[in-house]
Design a protein around this ligand. Sequence first.
Ligand code: GLY
Length: 384
Amino acid sequence: MNLCEKNQQWLDDVWAKLQTKMSAEVDRIGDKIPYVPEDGVYKKDMSTGNDKKEGSDLYWWTNGFWPGMLWQMYNATGDERYKKAAEGVEEKFDALLAEAIGLHHDVGFMWLHTAVADFRKTGCEKSKIRGLHAANILAGRYNPDGKFIRAWNGDRIGWIIIDCMMNIPLLYWAYEQTGDPRYKQIAMHHADTAMEKIVRADGSSNHIVALDPDTGDVVDYPPCQGYDPKGSWSRGQAWAIYGFALSYKHTGKQEYLDTAKKVAHYFLANVAQSGNIPLVDFRAPAEPVMYDTTAAACAACGMLEIAQHVPEFEKALYENGAINMMKATMEKFCNWDPNYDSILGGGTEAYHAKPSGIEVPIIYGDYFMIEFILRLMDKDLFVW
Ligand code: GLY
């Protein structure tokens, strides 16, 4: 991407610090699986849990992001340490595929950044099979009458969530590999339903919508990760921006790009009210002020994706919007000390999370920040 001199200098500086930081982290962490550090140290290894319940350690939805960071760094640098550690995590996930209990819609986040990234980069046949296995699990969650992929397990049978827009690229990939249109049909039916029933007319998005599992009719807006069901959870808006932009990339369906743009405009208008750093929920009360930097990093990647599909004269809106937001966010929240685990602080799990999940470094914040930086440098590995 062509950047002005000032942004290019900023980018060169960030890239130098990122290489130092990630080099230290891969030596310390290897194929352990980090999530949130405590006092600057990843004390917990998410791969050590074994109770095989949804939400427990190895099953946790964020476990693909560290290997995703490793594949991005391997792609950009060729340093074999990153590849070896990423392959280690990918193998650990085989235990999940063998048991499957506890897996849900987030198999996209987990296998796109491990097996699919490996296959895209190396052509490894075993990785391709792993990715297809995960895609079959995702496709098996499809509700044909309601035309959506159900979220989570247990009694949430009719739930659809905006986050899943980031999981369906696994189905587009499976379609590309097999030529079987059912993968793409399921992904597009889900995206169509999300567009109709989750995204609002003003460009904001719900997080969760409960549908009647027999008819697909809306029955409820359950409590969610934003302030309340009428809120506008910023990470959910980010999932919508990037998710619909990706569905457009894979299908060429114009409404998906229009939806991504609509939510991006809403996001940029709101983030301008809070110093270019997103609040956790754009419709929460003015106090307390709580940020979520992970929303900035994901939305920024989505805006760069949108910029790839719009005419030349429109690109600056999305590119400059993303860069200004990430510069402000990273300036305030990055820790580049190579001895400190994690980079981007200020991430928030949910508006009503425990204090340990509010304005802390969360692994997916680092993943999307790295993808964003490498996208600007044209050195990213496309994993979606
Ligand atoms: N997909 C769950 C979250 O964004 O927290």
